[in-house]
Design a protein around this ligand. Structure first.
Ligand SMILES: Cc1cc2nc3c(=O)[nH]c(=O)nc-3n(C[C@H](O)[C@H](O)[C@H](O)COP(=O)(O)O)c2cc1C
Length: 418
């Protein structure tokens, strides 16, 4: 019986362990987690979501405080269209985080950045251009285009000196999305170096409607693979979503996948950015504690624990400090939902908003407990501590379990020292 370690992912001159840890914003897939994947010979992702905020937390910058100061006059205003990002500061925060991460890279693996188009930031094209180019400036090994069709994204970086040597890929959930991307990017004369095919069991935002349960990852991968073969396009495919064991991963590799992208198993690792109490919530979750809902203002369904504090929260929109989801007209579906509830409950001290959430604030505060469909199996991947809590894992342990375990088996960590 084979295991993941019997396969290798070839990207340019690199020969990698075919395990990719997916991007998990906002700072859930930390630099530490991504660097572990690289040290162990695979690929790790940092995320470019809300990097000025992440920078303030790690490097003691003051981007958020300064932005809030600049727009303080607008806090009570229900119209947020005046709030803009300073592109120079956005470039600085992005480049700096990437550079600091890359300086710490050890081992033969790679570090990529997950870049979500849906972070429209009241100037979709301009801010995306800055984020992509700054990541390349900072020395990132590769970029994974996510949360959007990215029809114009290659064109935004085609003049960058690293456009042809950095690894560039995209996440799609259908053949149609891939066809559109290839068609629109053809003018740049460059194919993606890899394509992540994300199925409906993934964590984060889903590239499906609320009928996600009708779709199946293996079927979508097979369809895309057949079409690429027919078109004589040799692009490595990386399935993602619900690949929970080394055995699951091996089946995809045996069927022609170049690597697998995984995330949920690493949410309970020490290197993951979630607070320890939240990691315990992930461990404790049962199947009925997880839902796919529509509270993300992006319009994409999102899977999360039903206990997520973000659900029902009616906090005032924080766009003056954040504003990452403001669309091209300075609007966000949460602002609309919040304004509606305020109008319905005049004078109320506290309101609740159930249909949308302030994703910026709640992702920043780790209050959206997004997870993959199989998060309810995390408890089977570790041991209990004497106090009943679950033992956190090292990223190395989880990575090696994917790498070496066969069939349905999952390696448990060594018992924690007494
Ligand atoms: C906590 C969490 C946050 C995520 N955030 C993002 C994100 O910011 N961008 C993205 O493209 N995918 C995101 N994802 C999806 C993962 O990168 C990955 O493709 C997917 O979850 C893999 O499926 P698995 O979790 O079942 O292994 C997230 C997943 C999780 C579990």
């Amino acid at each position: 019986m084979k295991c993941v370690d019997d396969f290798r992912l070839r990207l340019g001159r690199h020969e990698l362990v075919p395990i990719v840890i997916g991007g998990m914003g906002v700072d859930i897939s930390t630099a530490e987690l991504a660097l572990e994947a690289a040290r162990l010979g695979g690929i790790g992702h940092i995320s470019d979501a809300m990097l000025p905020t992440v920078s303030d937390r790690h490097y003691h910058t003051k981007y958020v405080k300064d932005k809030l100061k600049q727009y303080k006059y607008n806090v009570a205003n229900s119209d947020k269209s005046a709030v803009h990002f300073d592109l120079g500061l956005l470039a600085e925060a992005t480049k700096d985080h990437v550079r600091r991460t890359m300086e710490r890279k050890r081992g033969s693996g790679l570090v990529f950045i997950n870049c979500m188009e849906k972070l429209t930031m009241n100037a979709p094209k301009e801010t995306l251009r800055v984020r992509l180019n700054s990541a390349l400036d900072g020395g990132i090994d590769g970029i994974t285009l996510a949360a959007g069709l990215h029809l114009g994204s290659f064109a935004l970086i085609e003049d960058h000196p690293r456009f042809r040597d950095a690894f560039l890929g995209i996440i799609v959930s259908s053949l149609r999305a891939l066809q559109l991307f290839l068609k629109k990017s053809a003018r740049t004369g460059r194919l993606p170096d890899f394509v992540v095919v994300e199925g409906p069991l993934a964590g984060g935002h889903l590239g499906f409607g609320m009928d996600w349960a009708k779709y199946d990852l293996a079927t979508i991968v097979a369809e895309i693979r057949a079409w690429l073969q027919q078109e004589k396009l040799d692009i490595p495919l990386i399935p993602a979503g619900g690949i929970f064991t080394g055995g699951d991963a091996t089946v995809f590799l045996e069927n022609g996948a170049a690597a697998v992208q995984v995330a949920t198993r690493f949410t309970v690792s020490k290197e993951c950015g979630l607070p320890d109490e939240v990691k315990q919530e992930y461990f404790k979750a049962n199947e009925e504690d997880i839902e796919v809902n529509g509270i993300s203002p992006t319009g994409y369904p999102m899977r999360m624990l039903k206990k997520s504090p973000a659900i029902g929260s009616g906090i005032r929109p924080n766009c003056e400090a954040y504003g990452y989801l403001l669309d091209a007209r300075g609007n966000c579906a949460y602002i609309e939902a919040w304004n509606r509830e305020v109008a319905l409950h005049p004078g109320a001290k506290k309101i609740q908003v159930w249909d949308k959430t302030c994703l910026c604030t709640h992702m920043r505060n780790f209050d959206v407990w997004t997870c993959g469909h199989y998060a309810y199996r995390l408890k089977d991947t570790t041991r209990r501590n004497p106090d009943g809590s679950y033992q956190l894992l090292t990223a190395e342990h989880v990575f090696n379990d994917y790498r070496y375990s066969k069939g349905d088996s999952i390696a448990l960590p060594a018992p924690a020292a007494e």
